[in-house]
Design a binder for this molecule. Structure first.
Ligand SMILES: Nc1nc2c(ncn2[C@@H]2O[C@H](COP(=O)(O)OP(=O)(O)OP(=O)(O)O)[C@@H](O)[C@H]2O)c(=O)[nH]1
Length: 202
């Protein structure tokens, strides 16, 4: 994807009305601090348009980034941050559910998992929940640069087993430091979800 312009168009909190967008939406979920903002910045070719937080749990809203007036990247609130109150966790859950149920343009949900660790109980719950909502999440295994190359396959397997993935689920290892995986994600989005394949010559 050639990024021509980006715009953080809508920010929704727990009481907000969600937008009724006309363009396709691609959403990103993941536990707090997994590297979601860093991924979204990398996809947009920006250093710090989406906030990268030193404080986990900062992303408490659903943010809609308009890309080229062509589609939206949708940043969902990070989950699993211990310091968030139970009440807030429930409210965020409801907000995400409202979005997953309500959006008419949501084409795909990417779930981010830290490649270094076994998926947490929250990760597993989130994965199962997204599947229950009728989506087949694509897994992005983040912070790839933190592993030695020889460890990668083992860790990909760990993620697969830990989440008990539906057979055939894609896992894309990604690093926002080296940008490895970035092109693969865009290619998947463009060909599978935006239908931007080259028109066949008549
Ligand atoms: N080494 C390395 N560090 C990363 C990578 N991605 C993110 N980080 C670091 O991990 C921390 C969290 O990154 P964010 O992108 O803010 O994570 P987030 O998931 O948006 O966090 P919340 O705002 O809590 O939801 C930051 O210190 C980043 O610099 C990566 O691919 N490699």
């Amino acid at each position: 994807m050639v990024i021509k312009n980006i715009n953080l168009e809508t920010v929704c909190g727990i009481t907000s009305k969600l937008p009724e967008n006309e363009l396709p939406e691609i959403a990103f979920a993941g536990k707090s601090n997994v590297g979601k903002s860093s991924l979204i910045n990398a996809l947009m070719n920006r250093k710090s348009y989406a906030r990268i937080s030193a404080t986990p749990g900062k992303t408490q809203t659903i943010n809609f980034y308009n890309i080229n007036e062509e589609m939206y990247l949708v940043d969902l609130p990070g989950y699993g941050y211990a310091k968030v109150s139970e009440k807030d966790k429930i409210e965020w859950g409801k907000l995400i559910e409202r979005y997953l149920h309500g959006s008419k343009q949501l084409r795909a949900v990417f779930l981010l998992i830290d490649i270094r660790h076994d998926p947490s109980a929250n990760d597993k719950m989130m994965y199962d929940w997204i599947v229950e909502q009728g989506f087949e999440p694509i897994i992005i295994a983040t912070k790839l640069d933190k592993l030695k190359r020889s460890q990668v396959q083992k860790h990909v397997k760990m993620v697969k087993t830990g989440l008990n993935l539906v057979p055939g689920t894609k896992i894309i290892p990604f690093s926002s430091v080296t940008k490895q995986g970035r092109d693969e994600i865009w290619e998947l989005v463009e060909t599978e979800y935006l239908g931007n394949e080259e028109e066949a010559e008549e």
